[in-house]
Design a protein around this ligand. Sequence first.
Ligand code: ATP
Ligand code: NAG
Ligand code: NAG
Ligand code: NAG
Ligand code: NAG
Ligand code: MG
Length: 415
Amino acid sequence: CAAKLNEGKTKQIFELPDQPGLVLVQSKDQITAGNAARKDQMEGKAAIANKTTSCVFKLLQESGIKTAFVKQHSDTAFVAAHCEMIPIEWVCRRVATGSFLKRNPGVKEGFRFSPLKMEMFFKDDANNDPQWSEEQLLEAKFSLAGLTIGQCEVDIMNRSTVAIFEILEKAWATQNCTLVDMKIEFGVNVKTQEIVLADVIDNDSWRLWPAGDRSQQKDKQVYRDLKEVTPEAMQMVKRNFEWVSERLLLEPQASSRVVVLMGSTSDMAHCEKIRKACTSYGISCVLRVTSAHKGPDETLRIKAEYEGDGVPTVFVAVAGRSNGLGPVMSGNTAYPVINCPPLTPDWGSQDVWSSLRMPSGLGCSTIISPEAAAQFAAQIFGLTNHLVWCKLRASMLNTWVALKLADKKLQACSL
Ligand SMILES: Nc1ncnc2c1ncn2[C@@H]1O[C@H](COP(=O)(O)OP(=O)(O)OP(=O)(O)O)[C@@H](O)[C@H]1O
Ligand SMILES: *[C@@H]1O[C@H](CO)[C@@H](O)[C@H](O)[C@H]1NC(C)=O
Ligand SMILES: *[C@@H]1O[C@H](CO)[C@@H](O)[C@H](O)[C@H]1NC(C)=O
Ligand SMILES: *[C@@H]1O[C@H](CO)[C@@H](O)[C@H](O)[C@H]1NC(C)=O
Ligand SMILES: *[C@@H]1O[C@H](CO)[C@@H](O)[C@H](O)[C@H]1NC(C)=O
Ligand SMILES: [Mg+2]
C-alpha cells in the first residue's frame, strides 16, 4: 500500500514506490447530495473538474510548457512529478472582476488589462491568503527541494504565468469563451530542481465568460448567471470542454501544411532541416523537387496539386544560385511563399538578390535559416491554428527561461 505524502481539502498525494520521483494525485469526491437540479449541476461540475486538469495539462505539455503532470491514471487521479510546492498563488487577469474590484475601488468591472495584470497571494489559510509583493516573496527566502526562491525564480514564475494564461486564453477563444482570470501554483520538481506548473488547473482555477459578444461584459445579469454557474452555462462549458479535449487536444492537426520545393536534391539536407522544424510545430511537411527554370510546366502542375485539395499551405522555395522558383511560385499563387535559399560562402551574397529583388506585384518573403523559415510558416498558421500558436508561445517562454538560467549559472561561477 502506497504511503500518503499529503492530504488537503480536495486532494490526496500518494508515493509511487515503483516510480521514484513521481506521485499519484487523487482528487477526493466532492459531490454532495441535494435536490435533483443541484445534483445535476454538481455532477456536471465534477465531471468538468475531473477532466479539466488532464486536458489542460496535456494542452500545456503538448505546447512545450514544463508541468508536473505525467499522465491520467483514472477518472479521478493522475500521475505527476513529485514537487515541493511554492506556497504562492499566482493570479493573472485579463478582465477586472471579483476581488480585484474590491481592492481597487474605482475600477469598473470589465476593465481590460493589456498587458495582463499579475498578482500573487501567499497561501496562508489562517490569514486569508494575503496579497504579497515581489519584495515580500524575495524576503521570505523560501527554499524548496534545495532551490532558493530568489529574483530569477520569481521572474520565471511571473513570465510562465503570463505564457500559460495566453495559451489557455487562445484555447478558450476557439470556443468563444473569454478567459477572464486564472490562478495557478508552481512547484520545484524534487528530481530536477526545475520550477514547474504543478497542483491542478480545474474549474475553480479560472473564470470563463462565454464571449463572442462584447456587449455582455456590461450585462450584469448574464454575468451574475455565469458567476453562479447555472446549469445551462455549465452545460455549455462542459460541451466546450469536451470539444476542446476531443477535437483540439487529441486530434492530429492535418490542417496545416508546408510544401518545400527544391531545385535539386543537392539541397536535401537544407530541406530536411525545414521539415524537422515543421514537425516540431505539428505541421506536416512535404518535399518536392522541381526547377522553375528547367521545368516550369511541372512547377505549376505541382503548385496546382496543393492548391486543389483545400489544405491550408505555405510554400517554401529552396533554390541555389539564381532563385527562379520562389518568385515564379509567388507570381502564380495566392498562398504565401517563403524563399529559403541555401546560400554558399562563395556566391551567397550575390545569389541572395535573386530572392530579395522582385518584380512588382510579388509578395514572397526571404528567410535564410531553414529553421527560421519553418518558424515563420508556423507563425502564419498560428493566426488560425491555436495549437501551433501555443507551441510558438511556449517556445518563446522556454528561450527566455534558458537565457535567464544561463545568466544565473554564469553569475554563480564568477562569484
Ligand atoms: N505534484 C505534486 N507533488 C507534491 N505535492 C503536490 C503536488 N500537487 C499538489 N500537491 C499538494 O497536495 C496538497 C493537497 O492538495 P489540496 O489542493 O487538497 O490542498 P488544499 O487543502 O487545497 O490546501 P492548499 O491550500 O495547500 O492547496 C497541497 O498541499 C498541494 O500543494
Ligand atoms: C469523475 O468521473 C467519473 C465518470 O467519468 C465519475 O464516476 C466520478 O465520480 C467523477 N469524479 C468526481 C470527483 O466527480
Ligand atoms: C468545481 O467543481 C467542484 C466539484 O468537483 C465543485 O465542488 C465546485 O463548486 C466547482 N466550482 C465552480 C466554480 O464551479
Ligand atoms: C510580474 O512582472 C511584471 C513585469 O515585469 C511586473 O510589473 C509585476 O509587478 C510582476 N508581478 C508580480 C506579482 O511579481
Ligand atoms: C462563436 O461565435 C461566432 C459569432 O458569434 C459564431 O459564428 C461561431 O459559430 C461561434 N463558434 C463556436 C465554436 O461556438
Ligand atoms: Mg489546493
